[in-house]
Ligand binder design. Structure first.
Ligand code: GLA
Length: 403
């Protein structure tokens, strides 16, 4: 699979021309993401440190002169969806992919944006089901395409991210936080972005140029994600209520030490993960800015241990993969599971010079429970969503609002 953004946008534009007999008037793209550190902290109003990656979704669009929305999804075996824009939009049980598009449109309408009929052709190269936010990329790309098509000028990247989260929460039925949609909308080339999920302030953190970002898919399909995810959320809410605060963001390590013993053991461990992970995110932002690779490795290892022992969202194969990576990388750089958990991907940071050796170690030593080798992606921290200018083979990032 090629993951060249130019190859991808050309493929989608050509498919649009082939189907509709004319060029699209708008082409938008949005990237997937990898979270470097800060897991399950976003819905606790805490900190996360993701970067957008050079795998994404492209939407080519053109207005129609009726009130119908026609969607063609190239990567769903050319599946189509078609519905009236001025009638109530309902989820489709038979085509889960379509609900990200429908949900985004409904969220925009609920916010008062007036949309017309349109033809959309969608294609992407974010590995699906791997925890790299292919769904956030789809929602955000659709939001950008419709913003440009219907000249919804006041709509900025932050608004599109919030609408995309609303689509997930209210239409798709996934109770996720804001991280995935926000980094897809607001990523910055060569930077990770420190997100304060309480204030939604963003701080760009330069990626040390000598550092490679490797993502390894464990080939363990993420199981039980929804029920376990919702259960973790509830446990965090129970812990926050015990401390008398609105979210675990407002609990310190000193609070935990003082009152934690009165908490049920499992709830205490859940809270301890979130509280310590928030501090690790801030420390990681510092370590990356100062190019302290040893510290980066320590923080990633501590994050993984906390996810394994306190938050209990890893699985043995992923623990094994992290160990293989940590050993191959050595002390300068590190590895940890990334994303919601229960399978999916591991993220590793290492000097560029180590990439070939680390990749070989993974391919030789790791096997999933069903015998598959891991899939290795070497990524670059990339710009967030934006318009692909007509006739240019270059992505134009949306202006990033740094608050
Ligand atoms: C999923 C959710 C995010 C976040 C992560 C865990 O990716 O969509 O909002 O909670 O899990 O960090």
């Amino acid at each position: 699979m090629s993951h060249s953004p130019i190859f991808l946008q050309d493929r989608v534009i050509r498919a649009f021309e082939h189907r509709h007999g004319h060029a699209p008037s708008v082409v938008a793209q949005a990237p997937g993401r990898v979270n470097l550190i800060g897991e399950h902290t976003d819905y606790n109003q805490g900190f996360v440190l993701p970067c957008a990656i050079d795998f994404g979704t492209v939407v080519a669009a053109r207005a129609r002169d009726d009130n119908r929305l026609h969607v063609l999804a190239l990567d769903q075996n050319n599946a189509t969806d078609c519905f009236a824009i001025d009638a109530p939009i309902e989820p489709r049980a038979d085509a889960p992919w379509a609900n990200y598009v429908r949900g985004m449109i409904r969220a925009m309408q609920q916010q008062g944006y007036v949309l017309g009929g349109a033809d959309l052709v969608i294609g992407g190269d974010v590995p699906q089901g791997a925890g790299l936010s292919s769904s956030a990329a789809l929602e955000v790309a659709v939001g950008h395409a419709l913003k440009d098509l219907f000249r919804l000028d006041p709509l900025c990247g932050m608004d599109i991210a919030l609408l995309a989260q609303r689509a997930e929460n209210e239409f798709v039925g996934c109770n996720c936080g804001i991280m995935d949609q926000l980094i897809s909308a607001q990523g910055l080339k060569d930077h990770a972005v420190l997100i304060d999920c309480d204030s939604l302030a963003l701080r760009p953190v330069p990626m040390p140029p000598e550092l490679a970002v490797m993502i390894v898919h464990s080939c363990v399909r993420r199981g039980l994600v929804e029920s376990e995810y919702n259960m973790r959320r509830q446990q965090c809410e129970v812990a926050a209520a015990f401390f008398g605060v609105s979210s675990l963001r407002h609990v310190s390590q000193a609070d935990l030490a003082r009152k934690g013993a009165q908490l049920d053991g499992l709830i205490l461990r859940r809270a301890r993960h979130v509280v310590t992970e928030n501090q690790r995110v801030l420390d990681m932002a510092d370590a990356l800015s100062r190019r302290q690779l040893l510290r980066v490795g320590e923080l990633m290892a501590a994050s993984h241990d906390s996810m394994r022992n306190d938050f209990e969202i890893t699985v043995p194969a992923v623990d094994e993969l992290v160990m293989i990576l940590q050993e191959a990388i050595g002390p300068a750089g590190g590895a940890r599971m990334t994303g919601g958990g229960f399978g999916g991907c591991v993220v590793a940071l290492m000097p560029q010079a180590k990439v070939a050796e680390v990749k070989a170690a993974v391919l030789n030593q790791y096997r999933s429970p069903s015998g598959e080798a891991g899939t290795v992606y070497v990524c670059h921290a990339s710009a967030g969503a934006g318009r692909v200018p007509p006739g240019k083979s270059r992505l134009e990032p949306a202006p990033c609002i740094i608050r």
